[in-house]
Design a protein. Structure first.
Lengths: 604, 604
């Protein structure tokens, strides 16, 4: 039953040898790796307007210059990253580039920043997707959190099936969204040309805050959420069909052109329509309603927006587990994150990402605006480290045009460093502080995990180790009565060695029944009765075992054979094995004591 | 450190032989077993008034006749129960009396009703005690739940120390409360005689509901919460100093006289002062404020009221674990409930009671009125079963005055059966339905636990059992690499038997390092390499072990020796043993497979 559900959800298992087949053509790779970046068109303009609106309706006109600055930044990033792809055809995520060229600490910093960013991408995208749904159907607003969790569950299932199927699944929403946006921008432009009408916005409370440089910088910082996800393609180069680097670069450029056009277009239309951000409806929903009316085109736009946003989380589900497995391979995260599941996806990483992102959706009540201030710091920090690493790379390589290449990446590094600082400062009190503190904490965690694994390796090393024979080996069987389970344990114990002793802890005062039973059934195995004036079963046993260990010297072992009841129903566990459990817990911390459970299966 | 904290909280451990010394003189037994019954004076009058007030201020005059009916019921109960003590000097709780005389099902029904009642006694008493505090200090009202939980924690600690210390601790609040109530009643009576003034109550919204018989019955049902706890002494007879039965009967009569006088007195004063129940202040607090003004006497009354109420929970903490241990001894509850702790108290029962009662305090937001409808059904059902059992008892005994004795208990049984029906019907929709459904569910649970234990006993029985020698015994050591931990496990395995095989699951494609390592260090133990095309570690091992089992026939065993890492810090567990854990979980359900953990202690 469980196996069939698994098969239906995840598909038939794939062998390790099947890996090379899960490679993506460009048209499939574009939605898989770009849905995050492209989908930010749905909320980035709104985030700019939300900052500007505190200075009144007139300030909203500044959204266009701010938006154009962000498009300029996009051009710099795409140029920089196409160089990264060229230099790292095997996949040049910020973690690898920074580790390679700048050292372990910058590498881990980039890794921590990216892991945080991937988690936030999932939360922000899902929350924005839900906002697109609730804009069209306001009655669903109270169910924001539940809708978000359902969306995450769907994306997880798709990803556990493996990346190729994901690509297929996500192509329609991405291309559908691009088409809707192009139609929306084109149609609006046409109407503006023909009608020439600009609606004046309705501003009930005209605010009086002045337009300061700080305000514009905050608007810019919020708008930079449009650029998150641009690096995804450079991390995923090995997933492309050969020639990987060339295909990845072309896909990156397509993505940059599409993203730049859509973002600039929507920001321009919002300005022309003089849209004012509202709590109840997204800016994009307002634009679509204004352009198409509340008809089939409007609902198509909202549907594709919701779909691409919810599925944009997929970018992170492709990249987070991959990065986690790289960190785990290098010993900075638990090793089980390198494990690929039935369908060759990194299952543990996928599930870990879903858990954290789901918790964030619940904690922030599924609201995009609350999550945005946490969002872009990590991305731009990793951009900076990655581009800085590239400068070093070109000089070390001794490439013919290394100066030119370094200049491009240097421009990228400087610009993104400046943007990181702007975001961290202008958004600090709104939540960016959390990320600023979390990154060093994660780096510390990575380092401690690595140190632990290193110490274990040293402790396990056979260098200079010589085999010492185990000498005396005593076997103890604690019994609570004379019955089939204990006799089975004693019989098994006698297979282990000649020196077997049964031990009974007498906490009730009368041991005649046990002694008589043992005389009949003990079959010559000596029985030791320990008295327990304080009614504890565990303490007298521990004292007895410690005494045996002390007798035996350094090469001696004590094996404790415990009859263990295996109940056939879960709640029967509450009725058995309480003393055995306590004893096992206490013995866990004694060296040279080995615990053997002899199972006895109980009836229904 | 942990040991010293335990010692300071609980005192030095007591040996089982010390048990006979923890017996109570009458003056100590009275507060221990009567604080529940006596403390209900603090809320029972209020519960009557709360029902009557819906029919308007004039209806409040009915509180006096209702209160007197309840005092009459008290006389019947005390007479009945003093006969129970005489007949059951070793402790005659409803469970024992009903089981003895009416059979298992009535016995279990009484047991279930009492267990529920004990839990509710704790919740109601604690909530009422907190209400006494918040009446005096309204600023504390938002912290009701926290105050309730702290109170429960204090009572638990006192009880884990053992019952004699509890008796000492609880004497002062109980006697202090009795003194306060007598002064309050006496002083108010004097003022009423001298002044003759009756204050007219302030009724902002005069209600128009008529005074119906159903309303009076509901008021009576609510007031019956005054009688809960009357049976406590008859359950605890063995805790009295010898002659146990005589001392217990005298204590019961004292308690009846005190409870009856205080309850009647407070109800009379409330009527004379024309007190109207309020959400913000308890009736008792209003009376005390009216009588003494908000001065030292008022605060003393509130303090002692709060103390006796919170400590009234102690009656349940003495009786719940005792009843649970009786049920556990008979196989109807998990056996660990019969275990006495360091100080001879039934620790597991005490902790279970605290957990459930604490959950109720939180669930009902620490409000008495919400809990009262659940309260009295269980008590009066157990009263009825116990008294009905006593009728049977007298006839079976062939006692000289059996007819007379049976008449007394018969009156008790009939009266309490009628009251049970009144409470269940009038309070059904307000919460009594929960208890009405919970009692059969608990009885079913008892019965299933007993059936399980009976089946286990049959399965463990040695009757007709003959020893069959264990024949072939193979030892398997799954290894993940060649290092100290695995070699230690292999060395240990060779002690267990001659037929040892190491097994490696190859999920990565390249096994040359393992093979080379084994050639150097394997010391002649054969190594089997299993290939795992789907990357699972566990499935190939399970298949291999199943194959060995199939080869060996019915008397064969397979021992799986697992090298287990014992980390020195809790979070290191996340970094190790993942595959071992999965394997152990899967092997748990295979008969004839025994798992041996060979611990390898890891550094810090």
């Amino acid at each position: 039953m469980r196996g069939r559900l698994r098969l239906w959800l995840l598909g038939t298992p794939l062998t390790s040898a099947a890996e090379r087949h899960t490679r993506l053509p460009k048209l499939v790779a574009l939605p898989v790796f770009s849905s995050d970046a492209l989908s930010s068109v749905a909320y980035a303009t709104e985030e700019i307007l939300l900052v500007l609106v505190v200075a009144g309706a007139a300030a909203l006109a500044w959204s266009l210059p701010v938006g154009l600055a962000i498009v300029g930044l996009l051009v710099i990033l795409v140029t920089s990253y196409s160089q990264t792809i060229q230099a790292y055809p095997t996949g040049g995520g910020a973690y690898i580039v920074a580790s390679d060229n700048l050292g372990v600490l910058p590498g881990l910093t980039a890794g921590a920043a990216l892991l945080i960013d991937y988690v936030l991408t999932v939360s922000v995208s899902v929350a924005a997707g839900v906002a697109a749904i609730t804009s069209a159907f306001p009655a669903l607003d109270p169910h924001r959190e539940a809708l978000g969790l359902v969306a995450i569950a769907l994306v997880v299932t798709a990803n556990l099936r493996g990346i190729r199927e994901s690509g297929r699944l996500f192509a329609i929403p991405t291309y559908g969204f691009i088409a809707c946006m192009l139609i929306l921008i084109g149609w609006s432009a046409l109407r503006l040309l023909v009608d020439g009408v600009v609606h004046t916005p309705h501003m009930p409370h005209e605010a009086t805050n002045p337009i300061t440089l700080f305000l514009l910088m905050r608007a810019f910082a919020s708008g930079c959420s449009a650029l998150t996800g641009v690096e995804a393609i450079s991390n995923g180069v090995p997933a492309f069909q050969p020639p990987e680097a060339r295909n990845a670069r072309l896909t990156l450029i397509w993505m940059g052109v599409i993203l730049g056009s859509l973002f600039a277009g929507i920001t321009w239309i919002a300005d022309q329509y003089a849209i004012v951000p509202s709590e109840d409806e997204t800016v994009l929903s307002q634009i679509a309603r204004r352009a198409f009316g509340t008809g089939p085109f409007y609902y198509a736009t909202q549907t594709f927006t919701a779909l691409i946003l919810i599925l944009a989380a997929n970018t992170s589900f492709a990249d987070f587990p991959r990065l986690a497995s790289l960190l785990a391979r290098d010993g900075f995260l638990p090793r089980q994150l390198t494990h690929r599941g039935d369908r060759l996806a990194f299952s543990n990483g996928i599930l870990a990402l879903a858990a954290v992102a789901g918790a964030l959706v619940v904690a922030f009540e599924g609201q995009v605006n609350a999550l945005i201030p946490l969002y872009a710091v990590g991305v731009f920090l990793s951009f900076t480290l990655s581009q800085a690493g590239m400068i070093r790379h070109w000089y070390r390589e001794g490439h013919p045009h290394s100066g030119w290449h370094a200049l491009i990446n240097g421009t990228g590094a400087l610009t993104t460093a400046l943007v990181t600082a702007i975001i961290a400062v202008t958004k600090f009190t709104e939540g960016a502080w959390l990320v600023v503190f979390l990154i060093p904490l994660l780096v510390l965690g990575f380092w401690r995990i690595r140190r632990h694994y290193d110490q274990v390796t040293r402790n396990l090393s056979l260098e200079g180790w010589t085999r010492t024979p185990m000498r005396s080996h005593r076997v103890v069987v604690p019994i609570g009565g004379v019955h089939r389970a204990t006799l089975r344990a004693v019989d098994y114990a006698r297979q282990l060695g000649p020196d077997v002793t049964a031990v009974y802890v007498n906490s009730e005062g009368d041991d005649t029944r046990i002694l008589a039973g043992w005389a009949q059934w003990g079959d010559g195995v000596p029985l030791v009765v320990l008295t327990s004036p304080f009614r504890s079963i565990v303490h007298p046993l521990l004292d007895y075992i410690d005494g045996l260990l002390a007798q035996q010297g350094p090469e001696g072992f004590v094996t404790v054979v415990l009859p263990e009841f295996i109940p056939s129903r879960w709640w029967h566990h509450l009725l058995h094995n309480q003393s055995a459990l306590l004893l096992k817990g206490a013995l866990l911390f004694r060296r040279d004591v080995i615990v053997v459970d002899v199972p006895f299966h109980l009836p229904n």
